[in-house]
Design a protein around this ligand. Sequence first.
Ligand SMILES: *Cc1c(COP(=O)(O)O)cnc(C)c1O
Length: 224
Amino acid sequence: MTETVTSRLDGLRRSIPQGITLVAVSKFHPVEALREAYDAGQRVFGESRANELVEKARNLPSDISWHFIGHLQTNKVRAIVPHVDLIHSVDSERLLRLIDNEALRINRSIDVLMQLHVAREETKFGLTPDEMISLLTPQFIGSLKAVRITGVMGMASNVDDERRITADFREIRHTFDILSQGTFASHPEFSVVSMGMSHDWPLAVAQGANMIRVGTTIFGEREY
Ligand SMILES: *Cc1c(COP(=O)(O)O)cnc(C)c1O
């Protein structure tokens, strides 16, 4: 039997425990592939490039919930704010303020996740747990008018060692727990732990992910 987007999506859905939101990561795939997933019932899609997200949002049904999962450049905030329901990758005060101003300007409310950096790789994206905990004071989050911080996002080290991957996911979950019992104790909307991709989502779920971002397993390999 040839595998189709529909059959892969069905298989994946059967293996994901209840209560976990599946973000279908559709970056670099054509609108037709997204439409097939849509026809199979998928409504949450993740994109990592602003122009691509906007273009796809214009060409697909309006009941899709678009998530931005890539590195967000400040000059792209204005383009995506009208289209996105959730931005997974916020890692600076400056970006938060920009999204807040832009959402306020067009009278929208936007949910965001704060991106944590716990992996071994040297990347400039994401805040360390300490940096995030210091940034997110009650005063600071109280000053945001149109942005709601609804959780955290993170990636594990890009290695084969499952213990390393599990330790990274545990650290992301632990940071979420500190924040949700601290600054966000009276904010029930702070509830999302976005971690896990095609190759490691079962390990992420075992450590308490409630949102996973899966691309390759659904759509096949990307052609960059
Ligand atoms: C591309 C991407 C994914 C999906 O990766 P797959 O290995 O294709 O499942 C998940 N999260 C982020 C942030 C990504 O950029």
